[in-house]
Design a protein around this ligand. Sequence first.
Ligand SMILES: Cc1cc2nc3c(=O)[nH]c(=O)nc-3n(C[C@H](O)[C@H](O)[C@H](O)COP(=O)(O)O)c2cc1C
Length: 172
Amino acid sequence: MKYEVAYISRSGNTEKLAHGIADCLPSEDTFVTDLAVDEITDKADIYLIGFGLKNNTIPLKIMDVLEKLEDKIIIFFATAPVIPTEEHTKEVERRLEPFMPDECDYRGLFLCPGQVSEESFNKIRTVLEQNPGNEQAEMVYNIYNSINGHPDENDIADACRFVRKKLEIIQA
Ligand SMILES: Cc1cc2nc3c(=O)[nH]c(=O)nc-3n(C[C@H](O)[C@H](O)[C@H](O)COP(=O)(O)O)c2cc1C
């Protein structure tokens, strides 16, 4: 089996996860594609497709890529400024559904916290300083704070476990 890990990443969160996932797959049969630079090949059997979510929106590039994945095995991995829940994962899958090829073997989505840029962090910090006690700003600040540094090594290990399980790869 050949694996292609293809991702689109603006600030590097999904890129980090993509390389972590690629590193836990058989190296001789795995290649990585940065969709900002290259198109996917048609050479793999299994496609691991990664993207960063902005306000729960699926990047257009991912919709394009899905058109080319007829008859392939597909796993998604995504990063977002959230502490992921099952409902959130289902919501993202619901948004992907209309773009899925008619014939494919879909295995699941791994959703992972992705830190926000320093600029976004500073912006919310300023809002909070100017509006102390603002519950909405406090909530967003607390989330941003708790996902700072993600994806981290534990996220990558979780992603690898998820991928192995979905592909039924037995670890040596
Ligand atoms: C410049 C910038 C702006 C962002 N704006 C938003 C936003 O408006 N809404 C949101 O939900 N996430 C926003 N995010 C968060 C990211 O989409 C999210 O954390 C994701 O992990 C980024 O993944 P990527 O670096 O692989 O693209 C922003 C991130 C960056 C770097």
